[in-house]
Ligand binder design. Structure first.
Ligand SMILES: C[S@@+](CC[C@H](N)C(=O)[O-])C[C@H]1O[C@@H](n2cnc3c(N)ncnc32)[C@H](O)[C@@H]1O
Length: 261
């Protein structure tokens, strides 16, 4: 199995040649219902989920970014069904996180604007790595307590201090042309990840040299960010057209040859 490669094929074929317990981390966004027609390809969700469980190392994590389509007036509920299926086959539903779009496409009709997608974290056992993102918190506190000698008299020195705390599990990103990525070529794909989202999740769940897999690589965002962060990566993309765009995009960052299936 070659690392740092785009496998231009069905992800089931790529996973078919991976040994058990091979991958440290998966981050991906599957084709959602029929919201977009990715050159006419669809995917076998249940088989893919089972293969992801098999190839993932104990303690590995899958980040599955997904939304629902609205059909005949009702949201499909596909994201929930998929999350429950992952649990059924042995994954833990470790965290239901939210990918919040600061600037979504406006929608008409009798619903509020769709601002978010689910970002499920499924784990094989207890996650083996967790490097949480933090943010500063300001608090006024009793930082220093000094006993000045007189029994029962304490002198508190009030100071303002900053301390770090874990961020919440709603992640806010601005999206769209020139914002999700600066790589113009990526916009030939209709549904790219914001690079910052991939960056934040890779930092959280992996360490340097870990192996990251994206079974639906699309424009190559996961591969690019994994490379920049000194992780190893493998990607599958069934569409030749998208795989070619991803290769061109990655060429600036890493020297790769497209694997021809
Ligand atoms: C939501 S997009 C992923 C976009 C990606 N996150 C990015 O940043 O560009 C899903 C991709 O999965 C691909 N795809 C669909 N079925 C597939 C399959 N069975 N195996 C591999 N890729 C598939 C589609 O061609 C599409 O490019």
């Amino acid at each position: 199995m070659e690392l740092e490669r785009i496998y231009n094929e069905d992800c089931l074929s790529t996973m078919g040649i991976m040994q058990n317990d091979f991958i440290d981390f998966v981050i991906t966004s599957p084709p959602y219902d029929d919201i977009r027609n990715y050159n006419g390809y669809n995917f076998e969700f249940e088989n893919i989920a089972k293969e992801l469980f098999r190839i993932l190392k104990e303690g590995g994590v899958v980040i599955w970014v997904v939304g629902d389509s609205t059909m005949k007036g009702s949201e499909s509920g596909t994201s929930f069904k998929q999350a429950l299926y992952f649990k059924e086959i042995g994954f833990r539903l470790h965290d239901t996180m939210i990918y919040y779009k600061n600037n979504p496409m406006p929608q008409t009709g009798n619903r509020y604007h769709q601002h978010f997608e689910y970002m499920f974290a499924f784990s094989k056992g207890t996650p083996k790595t967790f490097n949480p993102l933090t943010e500063p918190t300001k608090y006024r506190g009793l930082a220093n307590m000094k006993n000045r000698g007189q029994a029962g008299t304490l002198d508190y020195e009030k100071v303002e201090r900053t301390k770090e705390k874990k961020v919440g599990n709603v992640f806010f990103y601005s999206v769209g042309g020139g914002i999700s990525t600066k790589d113009k070529i990526a916009y030939n794909h209709p549904a790219i990840f914001p690079e910052k989202l991939v960056h934040d999740q890779i930092i959280t769940w992996t360490n340097k040299n870990d192996i990251i897999y994206d079974p639906f690589l699309g424009s190559g965002t996961t591969a690019k960010i994994a490379h920049i962060l000194n992780r190893k990566w493998i990607g599958s993309e069934i569409s030749k057209e998208y795989a070619n765009f991803a290769e061109k995009r990655l060429h600036e960052h890493v020297n790769i040859n497209l694997f021809s299936a």
